[in-house]
Write a protein that binds this ligand. Structure first.
Ligand code: SF4
Length: 435
C-alpha cells in the first residue's frame, strides 16, 4: 500500500527524452502515431481499471499518487516546430485520464490543446471534410506534414473547458473526442467509476463536441457482468449514442488480470453487490494473465451486442471517413486494411488474402519510414511524396499483389471513395480527383 502521507499529487522525477516519439506503425485501436500522457495513474478510481494491474508498474496508491508531468506543455511547444511526421497525437491511455480532477488546477491538457491549435493555425490551411480532399491534401503538399491531428480519450466533462481549442485544431488538422461510457445507470457509475463524470454529463460532452464539428466516438468498455452487460442496458446505450450523433461506438467486455485489479473489483462486488460475486468469479475462474473471462461468456456477450448492433447504424471501429480526416493517406490506408479484415472476419468471410496484402503493405510502409527516419536531411514531406510516387508509379499496387484490393485501393486513394463499415460497400466521392 502507498504511504497515505504522500502528497496527493506527486511530481514525476523522470521524464522521457523525447515527448513526440512516433510509433513505427499507427495502432488499430487509437490510430495514433504519437501518445502523450500528462499524468500517470488516475483519481477517477474506476474499480475495474486495467491500469491498476501490476503489468503497468504504476507504483503507489493508484487513485492518490498521481504523477504529474508539469513539463508537457513546454516540451510540446519546443518539439512541434521540428516535428517531421504528420499523424495523430492521442491524449489518454489505459493508465490515466488527461482530464482527471487535478487537470482542473494543472491545466496541462488544456495548455497542450492551445499549443496544438496555435501551431496548426500558424502552419497551414484547413482540412476539408472527409472524402473531399484535394490531390494536394492527399499527397500532403498543402497541409504541412508537421501539423498533427488530435485525439482525447476521457471520462470527464472537464474536457468541455477546452472545446474552443480542440475545435480550432479540428478546423485545421482534425480532432476526435472518445468518451468512455458503458451504461446510463448512475448507481453503476457511482459504484464502479466514483471519480468520473456522470453519464449524463458525458453524453452532453459528446453532444457539444459533435455540434462543434468534431468527430466523436464512445468506448463502450467494459460492459460489467450483471451490472451493464444485459441486452436492454446495451440497447439504451446505443439509443443514447445515436441521439448524440457519435461517429462510432466500440463495445467490449471486462478483463480482470490476476492481482491488484481483480482483487479490488471482487472486493467492491463483495461489499456492494454480493449476489454478483460468485457468478463473476466463475467468469474469471481461469485466471488468465490477459484477464480474459471464459470463452463461452465472451461469445454470449458478443451475441447480445450483435443483436443490438443490427438495429443501429453505428460502426464499431473508427470509420473510414474519420481515418481520412485525421491521418495522412499512408496511415489511414494501413488502419483501413486492418479494420476491413476485422469486419470481414466477423461475417465469416475468408480474410487470408487480405491479411497477406495488409502485412506486405505494413512491411513496405515500415521500410519507407525507417529510410525517412535514418536520413534526417530528407524533407518533412518526403514520406507522403514517396507514398504518392509509389501509388502513381505502380509500386504500391505490386506490394498489395491482389487485383481486387488494387481496384479497391485505387477507388479509395485516387477517386476518394469511402468504405462504409456497415454495408461493407464503397461510396463514391462527389469530388473527382484528377491524377
Ligand atoms: S478513467 Fe480510465 S484510467 Fe482513470 S481510473 Fe477510470 S479506467 Fe482507469
Amino acid at each position: 500500500m502507498a504511504d497515505r502521507n504522500l502528497p496527493l499529487y506527486a511530481a514525476s522525477d523522470k521524464a522521457p527524452r523525447r515527448l513526440l516519439k512516433p510509433a513505427d506503425l499507427v495502432d488499430n485501436f487509437t490510430a495514433a502515431l504519437y501518445k502523450v500522457a500528462p499524468y500517470r495513474a488516475c483519481a477517477h478510481g474506476c474499480r475495474y481499471c486495467d491500469g491498476r494491474a501490476e503489468k503497468y508498474y504504476v507504483e503507489g496508491d493508484f487513485e492518490r499518487d498521481i504523477q504529474i508531468r508539469e513539463d508537457i506543455p513546454s516540451r510540446l511547444a519546443a518539439e512541434l516546430p521540428s516535428l517531421r511526421e504528420r499523424g495523430m497525437i492521442a491524449f489518454g491511455s489505459g493508465v490515466t485520464d488527461p482530464y482527471q480532477p487535478c487537470e482542473a488546477e494543472k491545466n496541462l491538457t488544456g495548455q497542450a490543446a492551445s499549443i496544438l491549435a496555435d501551431h496548426a493555425e500558424a502552419s497551414g490551411k484547413a482540412v476539408g471534410p472527409a472524402g473531399s480532399l484535394s490531390e494536394a491534401d492527399l499527397f500532403g503538399k498543402s497541409t504541412a506534414p508537421c501539423v498533427p491531428s488530435g485525439l482525447v480519450m476521457t471520462k470527464s466533462a472537464l474536457a468541455l473547458r477546452d472545446l474552443p481549442a480542440w475545435k480550432r485544431l479540428n478546423e485545421r488538422s482534425g480532432f476526435m473526442l472518445l468518451v468512455s461510457l458503458t451504461s446510463l445507470d448512475e448507481e453503476v457509475r457511482e459504484l464502479m467509476e466514483p471519480g468520473a463524470s456522470s453519464f449524463e454529463e458525458r453524453l452532453a460532452l459528446l453532444k457539444a463536441y459533435k455540434e462543434a464539428g468534431c468527430l466523436t466516438g464512445i468506448l463502450a468498455m467494459p460492459f460489467l457482468p450483471g451490472l451493464s452487460d444485459d441486452e436492454a442496458s446495451i440497447r439504451r446505450l446505443y439509443e443514447a449514442a445515436t441521439a448524440v450523433g457519435v461517429d462510432y461506438l466500440m463495445p467490449g467486455g471486462l478483463t480482470l488480470r490476476p492481482g491488484r485489479q481483480k482483487e479490488l473489483y471482487l472486493a467492491t462486488l463483495a461489499k456492494a453487490r454480493p449476489e454478483l460475486l460468485a457468478p463473476t468469479k466463475e467468469l474469471f475462474q481461469e485466471n488468465r494473465p490477459s484477464g480474459m473471462p471464459t470463452g463461452a461468456s465472451l461469445r454470449r456477450l458478443s451475441a447480445r451486442i450483435a443483436s443490438v448492433r443490427r438495429d443501429y447504424h453505428l460502426p464499431y471501429l473508427m470509420p473510414h471517413e474519420a481515418l481520412t480526416r485525421l491521418l495522412p493517406p499512408h496511415d489511414a490506408f494501413r488502419v483501413l486494411l486492418r479494420h476491413m479484415a476485422e469486419l470481414y472476419k466477423e461475417r465469416h468471410i475468408d480474410t487470408s488474402a487480405l491479411m497477406r496484402s495488409a502485412q506486405a503493405y505494413d512491411d513496405w510502409l515500415l521500410g519507407l519510414r525507417r529510410e525517412f527516419r535514418r536520413h534526417r536531411k530528407l524533407p518533412a514531406t518526403w514520406l507522403e511524396e514517396r507514398f504518392a510516387e509509389g501509388l502513381h508509379g505502380g509500386e504500391f499496387f505490386k506490394v498489395l499483389a491482389n487485383q481486387k484490393l488494387e481496384r479497391f485501393a485505387a477507388a479509395v486513394l485516387l477517386e476518394g471513395a469511402t468504405f462504409d463499415f456497415i454495408s461493407l460497400k464503397l461510396r463514391p466521392s462527389n469530388v473527382s480527383r484528377e491524377t
